[in-house]
Ligand binder design. Structure first.
Ligand code: SF4
Length: 268
């Protein structure tokens, strides 16, 4: 299929139905840990909504009524966990983003998916100023929607180094405020890893914790932080300079975030 893929997770005991709109492997950011092969700068081509609808409808129908679960999924994971917009680039950069959310909501209802099946958006949050992105998030909020908003470093230098963007922290804060106001179930997703043989330093931690503390003072409260390290090798030229952190190293950082009264889910 062009747009749809499945991820079977034993840990989450379920199947995530992925929608990849960036079929050309293009993203507006260039994260040094990115696992997209042949990553290019840019936006996705126009979405073929007829094809996307057919693929999503057929695959959801197969999961619910066909034998895919029996053939391909371990017994303890035979349920649909979520429909996730996450692909080989930034999903909100697709012109038809709001229409794609609308389609997922429509099929969820039409096919009778259980209400607990989440609609998840995995985003770098950089295009929250766009009206169609806000429209999509508001619609998500009506359908058990959850936004994972990328925040790997909380300084302009850190974001330039790790994410390849010159976005300022004031803009990040405003985009986060917008995401939360449109879809209150918004989490920060933070990839924490070593670079050039060194773990993130105290300044990196301080920047992050101070940024979160300032958000909270302004009344901007994410649901929590999903803190993880490199799960699979980077496919970018910097790959050999990156290193995985241990569960203990992640936990040490998580303790500082939790001290702000924010939930942290650590995945090592
Ligand atoms: S935002 Fe996501 S897809 Fe884009 S470069 Fe970063 S990790 Fe890759």
């Amino acid at each position: 299929m062009r747009y749809i893929y499945a991820v079977v997770s034993r840990r989450a005991h379920g199947v995530s139905v992925g929608i990849n709109l960036n079929t050309n492997n293009a993203c507006n950011w260039r994260c040094i840990y990115c696992q997209v092969p042949d990553l290019a700068r840019g936006a996705p081509p126009p979405v073929d909504m007829v094809l996307l609808e057919r693929e999503l409808r057929d695959f959801l129908h197969e999961l619910m009524h066909g034998d895919f679960m029996q053939r391909r999924v371990p017994e303890d994971a035979r349920r649909i966990n979520d429909i996730a917009l996450s692909g080989n680039g930034e999903p909100t950069s697709a012109e038809g983003f709001a229409g794609v959310i609308e389609l997922a909501c429509k099929l969820k209802q039409e096919l009778g998916l259980p209400p607990q099946v989440k609609l998840v958006l995995i985003t770098n949050g950089s295009l929250m100023q766009r009206g169609n992105v806000q429209q999509g998030l508001r619609r998500m909020a009506q359908h058990n929607g959850e936004v994972w908003f990328k925040l790997d470093r909380a300084s302009e230098a850190g974001m330039q180094l790790v994410n390849g963007t010159r976005m300022g922290m004031d803009t990040v804060r405003e985009h986060l405020r917008t995401a939360i106001s449109c879809c209150p179930n918004t989490w920060l997703q933070t990839c924490w890893f070593g670079l050039n043989g060194a773990v993130p330093d105290k300044q990196d931690e301080d920047d992050y914790v101070n940024f979160l503390a300032a958000l909270l003072r302004d009344g901007i409260r994410p649901q929590g932080v999903l803190l993880y390290t490199l799960a699979r090798p980077s496919l970018q030229p910097e790959a050999s300079r990156l290193s995985v952190l241990s569960a203990e190293q992640l936990e040490t950082f998580a303790v500082r975030i939790r001290a702000l009264g924010i939930e942290v889910l650590v995945s090592a």
